[in-house]
Design a protein around this ligand. Sequence first.
Ligand code: SF4
Ligand code: SF4
Length: 348
Amino acid sequence: MSAHVVYLEQLPSLFEKWKEKFKLFVPQKKGDYYLLQEYERGQEICFDYDVIYNPIKSFLFPSYETLLDFDLKTYASKPVVDAEPQILFGIHPYDIKAINQLDQLMEMGSVDVNYRARRDKTVIMGLEPLRVAKTAFWSFMDAEKVDFGFDLFWTKIGPSAFVVEVGSVLGEELLFVNGKVDVATAAEKEVARRKHQEIVKKAKMQNVLKFPNTDIPKVMAKSFNSYVWIEKSRKCLSCGSCNFICPTCYCFDIQDEVDDLLKKGKRYRTWDGCMLRSFASIAGGHNFRKQVFERYRHRYMRKGRYIYDLLGELGCVGCGRCIQSCPARIANPLEIFNFLWEDVSYEK
Ligand code: SF4
Ligand code: SF4
């Protein structure tokens, strides 16, 4: 993959050119949070954000979307696929890893057509983090670096220069849209490499996983009957925030809605979450995870074991969003993994 150098002053004209064909979303500061929002000319971009609060999945898999329209007179239905070309600029590696995981999950079984259509029209531009969120532990979850899943990857190597690694043909086309840009020298690439090492070192000094992450599935397998689930879940409000904010959670519910004359209707889906009481309720009023602790345990089992069994990688990228969003302060996967590791009597 080639690498190039782009200067800050070149960005506005690149952005304007990209906006001719794509919706462009960039990191911005909004009050106490950072959000990925649509770029307006002259807008300031936060290259040093710690974590974008809105999970990136919402750009590929919105919290509400219509799947099809139907006519109850003719029994005809029409699929609705609403996918516009978009560029997601400034995505940190742990969030790219989460997208890579969603790409696999949404292709399993029958392909999720709406997700795939939106993903095919999405350009991912990665960004090396300059700061680490207080709640983040991505450097312990193999999520500090990605080798694929981006079209361009940007590393800020000084106040006004970036090394940009090309990840796809489309990425290269977009980079050269105003003409070719300089190839990065060996020295510039070395600065980018050191920037990466520095931030990873910083991340490793906080929120430490006390054991190799490859042991998490084993720890979880031994912890199904741990007292921690009941103990910790006592404060849980079953609000689902930890699910909705998580970049790797992808459960949804499908419902039909008809007009008041019963002539037409639509089928739509909304995000769902395993922490909600209704999630596991089925016909006849049965609920196979009625107790709060069962739902609480299930969420951690998914992050630490079930997704691993499915894909060979953990279902948590260590972004720390759930820790920030939980009103009861009990949604911390790192704390639970460390606690269980110390608690279970397995051969370390
Ligand atoms: S479980 Fe929490 S820390 Fe892990 S990926 Fe989801 S939101 Fe991020
Ligand atoms: S965010 Fe906290 S309180 Fe809400 S469902 Fe998750 S663990 Fe429970």
